[in-house]
Design a protein around this ligand. Sequence first.
Ligand code: MF3
Ligand code: CO
Ligand code: CO
Length: 360
Amino acid sequence: MEFPSSIWKFLGCFFLVINHVCAFCLSHTGISSTNNLYSLKKTSLSAGQGFSTKKGKPRFNFTGTTIPGKISPRRKVPEHIKRPDYAADGIPKAKSPIFPWDIEVKTEKDIEAMRVSGRIAREVLDIAGKAVQAGITTDEIDIIVHEACIERNSYPSPLNYRAFPKSVCTSLNEIICHGIPDSTVLKNGDILNIDVTVYHNGYHGDCSEMFCVGEVDDKAKDLLQVTYDAWQEAAAFCKPGRAYKDIGAIIEDYVTKRGYTTVPDFCGHGIGTMFHTNPNILHYRNDHPNGKMEKGHVFTIEPMICEGKAKTVTWPDNWTAATADGKRSAQFEHTFLLTATGVEPLTAKLADSPKQFWEK
Ligand code: MF3
Ligand code: CO
Ligand code: CO
């Protein structure tokens, strides 16, 4: 039986809305600045933050110790490297299916290619992580990532994605995600998320890790360990037939029991020839119709866990997401392949990958 087309349109709009309020989608508005300014004002004002006026000049109240540095000029990618569809104008052209439960099953050929992209993303992330030390800038990390991608015949996926200006995201302390590399200098005691995505042979691979600068306090160590363990629990839950929405409750229950919160404004995502597509992976308890796990799906899980409240504030750069209370946040991410029995990380660590303190 068919529904009258008006009903289809109505349902279509409804699920588009669902699709577009969640997660990456809040930052999806990167290019349509009207939308983003609105959410910026709304979030910051209700948090008692926002724009204050000093000598008539609008000034943004940053919520923690991190403030914007100087962003260096845009880096070039050699002509011979294959580019994603948004590289020139910042606008992704390929569209996700309308219905959030409509998820692409990858072919063997897709999967083989994604193993390669995943492996390259991991190599690049490891190289960046090994460079982390007090005294270097996040811009230097960007150079390292940019060059390592090019050496591997890969385009650094963040570069010009919805106008993101750099080749990697570097999110320091209270920055939740989408931090822009700049002249900010890393110092002893900082925690840093580096999020690397590469585009190789037509497919993206996406992963992130936390890195400690020198000696960090015990609270930071606990935050990292709880975030990692919640993420691993979520991965262990995945197998064919289960619902994507149920990942959220696992993460939320794990972290709230231990005194932490989970960020609702950004989600994990399907990935492949597109950087972000179905399914939406929400990291909090929810009832969204985001489909069922099937062998051959490829998606990320990337929870952002906070010491304080999970409320977010977006900087005037329209990208950097900080905690409204200025407390720290941590995140880990893999690109996972759903197999007959569970998940396999396509961005798995290698024998010589940098280790977390609990892995040593
Ligand atoms: N890598 C991020 C993710 O996990 C997305 C970054 S988009 C960028 O989905 F434009 F900020 F790079
Ligand atoms: Co990522
Ligand atoms: Co991702």
